[in-house]
Design a binder for this molecule. Structure first.
Ligand code: AHR
Length: 508
């Protein structure tokens, strides 16, 4: 059997994993909100029309923060449409996903739902087609206690107490021509700066997240961040970037090596942050908010080439027609292989926790999501639910730097470890959690654990996402084909990682 060793010493930490590391994202897109979160009349809906089965699944994932209302949607959205009596709310053409938005669900419903599921909202403002005044008014509506037009309107609409929303995104993916109201880096910097000023005047306690760049196929990749950060560095708290992982279709091992691409993506953002910080002699350090990440294989999006994203000219969604209400779009069916890959991406998040403070799995329900619902029917956990749940449950604490002795292989992302790990010391539970991906699609690998400075530790539990058929998916009829499985521990210091698997090893 192939062998690997993970050496780790408690004296070499990466940093503390912020509690917001395994957050998520919900957008007015497809069936994420309508018949996902909200389905009045559903047998399991509560008095607000919120599906309680979905709330229970969200609680299982223990996500601390949820970003809302978009995504590309936000750049076309007027938040005023979603407040007040539902019968007065307008139906609008929603340009980003060519759907009809009924506005039955808006900021008040979202904050109410978030409170019920015990998560903190992170709100994106529209800096595409929206104005800086709209952004300031939304902060006033949400966070001002009362005695002003917008705060009194919130009270009239049923929320006496302010929502005190701390995290605010200054737009979404403003670098891309597919964004309604797309701006150049210079124009975005000007608009975002003015919005930031107003928003902080209304509530100085808020934290602001600036749009960085996300797509390396755009010529503006990273240059956008440099230009934007030169103006905004002192005003903002986080740099946003997005990273979607696509099966490159060049073999299973290449796909399993995607954790390497995620690692590089994060490090690229760090490089530009470091440059602007050093060049401007700034003391302040800006953290990364990776507010959209996931595996996304574009199962129903037809792109002739990635260049089509520049204007969405031939961008076609094959799963629904145009201008439908909550159409079933972007409902990816995740395989076991996708789940293992997602676990690997989580390993890279943990190994970069000194820079990434917030990361949002995009998205949460029905749309490229770990949770799927049937309209009027049941719900189930997609394969990707399981690695994300493991990361969220065991990925909290202090990340310790691992040094791997392992075979490597040539991947399209460069030379990659066959076994890659992240190590967490959970001080509260006094446990060590070793996350490991085995990128060998054909063979199991034995992983030995060499821990220094943790005291006497024994491997007590081995949880893994693996199986014989990497193409397997969960369905509403057979929801448990892929679950987290427990593997018997036979040795206190080593474990056998099944071929193409994502693992958590718990040491006490
Ligand atoms: O999450 C789906 C879409 O991906 C979001 O709307 C957008 O921000 C990104 O391109």
């Amino acid at each position: 059997m192939k062998k690997a060793v993970c050496y780790t010493d408690i004296h070499y930490p990466v940093g503390n994993v912020d509690d917001k590391m395994f957050s998520s994202f919900t957008e007015h897109l497809g069936r994420c909100i309508y018949s996902g979160i909200y389905e009045p009349g559903h047998p399991l809906a509560d008095e607000d029309g919120f599906r309680t089965d979905v709330m229970d699944l969200v609680k299982e994932l223990k996500v601390p923060v949820i970003r809302y209302p978009g995504g590309n949607f936000v750049s076309c959205y007027d938040w005023h449409d979603g407040i007040g009596p539902k019968e007065n709310r307008p139906k609008r053409m929603e340009y980003a996903w060519t759907s009809i938005e009924t506005n039955e669900f808006g900021i008040d419903e979202f904050c109410r739902w978030a409170r019920k599921v015990g998560v903190e909202p992170m709100i994106a403002v529209n800096l595409g087609t929206g104005s800086i005044k709209d952004a300031g008014d939304l902060v006033e509506y949400c966070n001002h206690p009362g005695g002003t037009y917008w705060s009194d309107l919130r009270i009239k609409n049923g929320s006496k107490e302010p929502y005190n929303i701390k995290y605010w995104c200054l737009g979404n993916e403003m670098e891309g021509a597919w964004q309604a109201g797309h701006l150049s880096a210079e124009d975005y910097a000007k608009k975002a700066l003015e919005a930031a000023k107003i928003m902080k005047w209304v509530d100085p306690s808020i934290s602001l997240i600036a749009c960085g760049s996300s797509y390396d196929m755009l010529p503006s990749y990273l240059e956008w961040d440099r230009v934007m950060l030169k103006s905004l560095y002192d005003q903002v708290d986080y740099l946003s970037t997005h990273n979607y992982t696509l099966n490159p279709g060049q073999g299973v091992s290449n796909y399993l090596a995607s954790w390497k691409q995620m690692d590089e993506h994060i490090k690229n953002s760090v490089k530009v942050l470091d440059y602007v910080q050093a060049q401007g002699k700034k003391k302040k350090e800006i953290k990364i908010c990776l507010d959209e990440w996931n595996v996304w294989n574009f199962q129903d999006i037809k792109l002739d080439s990635l260049a089509d994203l520049n204007g969405m000219t031939t961008f076609e969604i094959t799963s629904a027609g145009k201008w439908e209400i909550a159409p079933p779009i972007l409902q990816e069916k995740y395989s076991l292989l996708d789940a293992v890959v997602l676990g690997g991406l989580g390993i890279s998040l943990l190994n970069n926790c000194d820079h990434v403070e917030i990361a949002c799995l995009a998205q949460l329900i029905n749309v490229i999501a770990p949770i799927t619902t049937v309209k009027g029917g049941g719900s189930f956990r997609q394969a990707t639910f399981y690695p994300f749940e493991l990361l969220s449950r065991y990925g909290r604490g202090k990340a310790i730097r691992p040094a791997m002795e392992t075979e490597t292989f040539q991947s399209i992302y460069g030379e990659a470890n066959l076994v890659q790990t992240a190590v967490i010391y959970d001080e509260k539970a006094d446990e060590v959690h070793v996350f490991a991906i085995n990128c060998d699609e054909k063979e199991d690998v034995e992983l030995a654990l060499q821990l220094q400075g943790f005291g006497d530790r024994k491997l007590v539990k081995h949880l893994a996402v693996y199986g014989d058929n990497l193409e397997e998916i969960n369905t509403i009829e057979e929801p448990d084909r892929i679950v987290t499985r427990e593997i018997d521990v036979t040795d206190a210091g080593k474990a056998v990682l099944p071929k193409a698997s994502f693992n958590v090893l718990i040491l006490k």
